[in-house]
Design a protein around this ligand. Structure first.
Ligand code: TIU
Length: 248
């Protein structure tokens, strides 16, 4: 028998949800839009996108583009909650960082040419050279620091699959579902979700664990993901995911 409902529990909001076993694999239902989704944590990875000082703290790449970086702080608590439950459940956790080699040989000229010469990629800033690997600003914020053994994907572009070994790592771990959080919603999170969706991964995006310099772009980016029956994936939130996985 493929599917056997074992028991029904009640979550903190009083909603009934089921923990089922499909081929002896515990499967939980995550409340999401456009509709709930069944998730097997053994085939699910948490992908935390670009929670780097360069985007979240003053003096980095985000500020050099003219942005108010304080807006991205909103995503930190929900990312922390997801990181904690994922580690607790033994789920695969992958961190990404956008950035370039110190000689900038992997940075397209068209990307380098943008911005003022004193603050563009590779220029020296208060956190080191902007968006360059190995610099203080390029690394992930302390609150979400990777643990030894958690893969870190250094990517030259906005998408996490382009010119990286992310797909290989996911395949080798038998991953079919991704929880994609981080910054910024409409840029690197969205690009990654689109790439992942085309590669056959189911993507769940927790709205509170993503953020943008532009709140209206955040909102519309999430609407785009869940529109048309979930054209790119599902939109949920950290409490719903934590609750679902807590009962597994
Ligand atoms: N500028 C902006 O919103 N984002 C980026 O350049 N990279 C990421 O989203 N990580």
């Amino acid at each position: 028998m493929l599917l056997a409902s074992l028991f029904i529990a009640s979550n903190s909001r009083g909603c009934a949800f089921q923990i089922r076993f499909i081929n002896n694999v515990p499967t939980v239902t995550v409340i999401a839009e456009p509709h709930s989704i069944d998730v097997d944590t053994s085939k699910t990875a948490l992908l935390i996108i670009d929670m780097q000082r360069d985007f979240l703290q003053p003096g980095g790449f985000g500020e050099s583009l003219g942005n108010d970086v304080s807006k991205l702080q909103a995503a930190i608590p929900a990312c922390k909650a997801l990181l904690s439950i994922a580690r607790n459940r033994g789920m695969l956790v992958i961190h990404t960082r956008e950035g370039h080699r110190s000689d900038l040989s992997d940075a397209p000229p068209a990307k380098l040419a943008r911005g003022s010469p004193t603050t563009r990629i590779g220029a020296m800033g208060p956190m080191g050279r902007i968006l360059v690997r190995g610099e203080f600003g390029h690394d992930i914020i302390a609150e979400l620091a990777p643990l030894p053994g958690e893969p870190i994907i250094d990517k030259p572009g906005k998408g996490s699959f382009y010119a990286t070994d992310l797909q290989l790592i996911l395949q080798n771990h038998g991953i079919s579902t991704l929880i994609v959080c981080g910054v910024t919603t409409e840029v690197c999170v969205h690009t990654t979700v689109r790439e992942a969706n085309d590669r056959g991964f189911k993507c769940i995006v927790p709205s509170d664990a993503c953020a943008s310099y532009f709140p209206e772009f955040h909102d519309v980016a999430l609407r785009m993901i869940k529109a048309q029956g979930g054209i790119f994936g599902w939109v949920s939130n950290a409490p719903s995911l934590v609750e679902a996985f807590s009962h597994q």
